[in-house]
Design a protein around this ligand. Sequence first.
Ligand SMILES: CC(C)(COP(=O)(O)OP(=O)(O)OC[C@H]1O[C@@H](n2cnc3c(N)ncnc32)[C@H](O)[C@@H]1OP(=O)(O)O)[C@@H](O)C(=O)NCCC(=O)NCCS
Length: 179
Amino acid sequence: MTKTRIRLADHQDIEQLIELEEQSFAFDRISRRSWRALSESASAIVLVAEAGAMVVGSAVILMRKRSQIARLYSIAVKSGCQRSGIGHLLTNEVSRAATAHGCTEVRLESRIDNVRAHALFRALGYTPFGAPIPDYYADGASAIRFRKQLRPGISSRVVPEKADNSKIRSLDSNQAPPG
Ligand SMILES: CC(C)(COP(=O)(O)OP(=O)(O)OC[C@H]1O[C@@H](n2cnc3c(N)ncnc32)[C@H](O)[C@@H]1OP(=O)(O)O)[C@@H](O)C(=O)NCCC(=O)NCCS
């Protein structure tokens, strides 16, 4: 079986990221333009899971200047590659990458009916908090919020530690994530 590795995305991944997004989400997909902006933004980290030359998963983390809370904005694994631990790998690297950026917590929103994703997040220490957010997605579905406290000292394999968070520009992160 081909080994999966997690790395930072670059421009050459955009076509495969769009394809993965189309396959994974029916609404609120990240557009080509947004992928480009995210991969260039200092306030976003785009991770890809790669097996051979193929992108088999992705995760997008958003950060805000002067906030220690990172947001897991999107995570997806190619349908034929699910249930083989790639979601775990990506989600664990999200924690490491956010920690390397000085964050102490990761939060996310997920569709109320996305039980597969909820099982993954719970298994990795995320807990639901707050009331469901009604009418959060384009089709009117509600979102559940999850959060996880990060342990200081876990080092990222793909993201270098940032000494200076002031370089993080603000990015409009109010948009609903894909689900
Ligand atoms: C959610 C998602 C990223 C999980 O990725 P994955 O690579 O399948 O995850 P893993 O193989 O690491 O599985 C981790 C755990 O998630 C849960 N899980 C994953 N797929 C599941 C399924 N089909 N049914 C039930 N639980 C499932 C289980 O707890 C699983 O552990 P187990 O296989 O030991 O029981 C993937 O299903 C996906 O891309 N879904 C479509 C996009 C999406 O919904 N993203 C989340 C938005 S919030």
